[in-house]
Design a protein around this ligand. Sequence first.
Ligand SMILES: O=C(O)CCC(=O)C(=O)O
Ligand SMILES: [Fe+2]
Length: 275
Amino acid sequence: MRILELDGTAWQEHSDCIRELRQGVWTAVVLRGLYSTSEMETITERLDQIDAANAPPQNWTSMRFPESFRGWFLGENLNLLEDSLFDYFEREPMFSRNMQQLFASIPGGTERIFERFSKLDQGRRYLAAPGPDIDTRYQFTTLRGHAEGGYIPIHCDNEQAWRPSYEHLLSQIQENLFSFVLMIGKPDGGGNLRIYNHRIPVGQRSTIDQARYEKTDQAFMKDYVEIDLRAGDLVLADSGSHPHEVTKVIGTKTRWTMCSFMAEAKGKHAVYCWG
Ligand SMILES: O=C(O)CCC(=O)C(=O)O
Ligand SMILES: [Fe+2]
């Protein structure tokens, strides 16, 4: 496994590193300090407030992870939606407005992320995946809170695409998914992204259980890297094919992140994002 760490202005010399990530040269690319600590403190305070009183006009749609994960979303996670996507696209404009308000006063807002990606991907455009009707699009991300003891168990993101809610999106994208995680509010401990040194190529549809059994469970579970993000750092990961998990959050501070799934458009002219 190879992790590329880009500090300061080092990213300017890596205009091709996201293509390399998709090709398997890198398992993950870490962008240090994409936002400043104080910018992330501002967002964390706003999120804690939204969380304390989720009331109009900040009408966020929220969803929960399965109960034992002690996590929730602001915005809607495609993986957990019903196959009909009933009303989902109608709620997208409100979601985008809420995201804009959340990042108000932060120069560039969330566009800072996608502009940087574009520069690391030979100028490819990054945008919300187009929906089934001409003026619709997918919600481009989700925000996630994880409380004390919260976690995400081991999985590969490509598995999501087998769900009925992905049916339309799959007709728009190349099949290997990747993702980013922006650390907004770092918990006191834990809550790290742990990536295992194993790759399940897209299309293979073998399960992580099979991989664990083949390598022996112990050998598999010991062979990983943990990405330790500070607030304002972002990781791009080949999370479609690498098994990964989020380790348990320690302490009472909420782990706040923003996370999108991404894939090249069918014609490879752009990269589509969704939450
Ligand atoms: O929050 C993270 O670090 C990873 C999230 C993740 O793996 C997922 O939502 O699929
Ligand atoms: Fe994941």
